[in-house]
Design a protein around this ligand. Structure first.
Ligand SMILES: [Zn+2]
Ligand SMILES: [Zn+2]
Length: 174
C-alpha cells in the first residue's frame, strides 16, 4: 500500500536547484489535494485505488500525522532537471535524517513579504492558512488583548490535544 509519490513540484524557477533538498510548502498546496492510495496484489498488479483525504499528510518516515501549516518535502531532481517529491517528513525526522540537506523556503507573508519560518502556536498556524500572514504581522494586526484572551482559551483546550488537532486537521472543511 503505497501512496502515489511522484508528483511534480510546481515551477522550480530557481535555475541551480541542488540535487536533493528540503522544500517548504503550505499544507493546503495543490499537490496535497486529490491524492490516492494504490493497492497491489502479491504479483504487483494494481487491484484498486482510494482517495486520500486532503488533510491527511503523514510523515513518510515515522507515519506521524502531520498537522503543521508548513510541511517539509524532500525533493530530488532527475537528470533532465525535473523535480520530484521523494517524501514528506515531520520536523523530528527531518532533523534526524536530513539536517544536512539545503532548505528552500519560498513561503512569504502576504502582508510584509518576509519569509515565513515559524509560528508560536497552532492558532497562528491556522491563521496563516487563512490570511497568509507571518507571526509578526498577525501580532500587529490582532489587538493584543484579544489575542491573549484567545491564547488563554487555547491553552485550556490544549489539555485535550486530540480535540484541538482534530479541529486543525479539519480546517479545509471538506
Ligand atoms: Zn517523522
Ligand atoms: Zn508579515
Amino acid at each position: 500500500m503505497n501512496e502515489e509519490k511522484k508528483r511534480l513540484v510546481p515551477k522550480p524557477s530557481n535555475l541551480d536547484l541542488p540535487e536533493r533538498f528540503i522544500f517548504k510548502v503550505r499544507r493546503d498546496a495543490p499537490f496535497f489535494k486529490n491524492r490516492s492510495w494504490k493497492f497491489y496484489d502479491v504479483n504487483g498488479d494494481l487491484t484498486g485505488t482510494a482517495k486520500v483525504p486532503d488533510n491527511q499528510i503523514i510523515c513518510d518516515d515515522c507515519n506521524l500525522l502531520m498537522i503543521s501549516a508548513i510541511i517539509d518535502l524532500i525533493i530530488y531532481m532527475d537528470l533532465e532537471g525535473k523535480a520530484y517529491i521523494e517524501k514528506a517528513d515531520c520536523k523530528e525526522c527531518i532533523e534526524k535524517y536530513y539536517s544536512s540537506l539545503p532548505v528552500i523556503n519560498r513561503i512569504k507573508c502576504r502582508t510584509c513579504s518576509n519569509k515565513i519560518e515559524k509560528f508560536k502556536n497552532k492558532i497562528s498556524e491556522k491563521e496563516f492558512l487563512i490570511s497568509s500572514m507571518c507571526q509578526d504581522c498577525q501580532d500587529y494586526v490582532f489587538e493584543k488583548g484579544k489575542k491573549e484572551e484567545f491564547e488563554d482559551n487555547f491553552s485550556q483546550h490544549d489539555a485535550d490535544r486530540r480535540e484541538m488537532d482534530e479541529k486543525f486537521t479539519h480546517l479545509d472543511g471538506d
